[in-house]
Design a protein around this ligand. Sequence first.
Ligand code: ZN
Length: 238
Amino acid sequence: MAQRQVFHTALLLIICLYFFSCKKKNTEENTNFPIVETKNNIVNEPESGYIRNVYYDSTEWFNIRDLDPSIEIDIRYATENNFTGEMMYDCGECFLRPAVAYAVKKINEDVKEKGFGGIKIFDCYRPRPYQQRLWDKVPDQRFVSPPSKGSMHTRGAAVDLTILDKDGNEIDMGTDFDFFGKEAYHTYPHNDTIKYNRTLLKSMMYKRGFKHISTEWWHYSYTLDNYQLSDWVWECNK
Ligand SMILES: [Zn+2]
């Protein structure tokens, strides 16, 4: 009887050890990617080039200026140099969700590796109160998303940008940022230089998990994670 009990205990122990080792193996398999930022569990997938935030409900914001001060930032809605002709933001900052921000940082590095000066950003996260201001100014869904519906910008997952040459000049993309017309479409028959420049930006963005929209060459949305609309507004030190 005692022998049988010993046998059962040993069997139980073997089963426990088996499950424990399996569990450990799975954990190791899941953390295959080198962790580049442990604070927010951001991982880099070397095979795809994608940066992922393993928490889909992350509400943290990263300021691009802190992450990579070399990125040129010209938030046009914080100036009068935009299609409304008025300052729509109290001040210009480029905040993005963590994984999105890291992806943008990588894109700047990729662009520099290709021999260019880097990227220049026109818009990032757009707080819903600022979206409301834009909507109040231009209540037309062709140009502005209604605040209730929001956009990838109000989710902190979209970026408007271009590429700079070695001298810091914007490369020729055919139109300015926020040009509302067919010339801004990806399909518009521009010359080879413009086509090349747009394709270059598109390929840099896709490599890091962004997708384009057909009507704006400057707009890219991060598609690997889902984020909620947000009302949070950054502080302005005036
Ligand atoms: Zn945009």
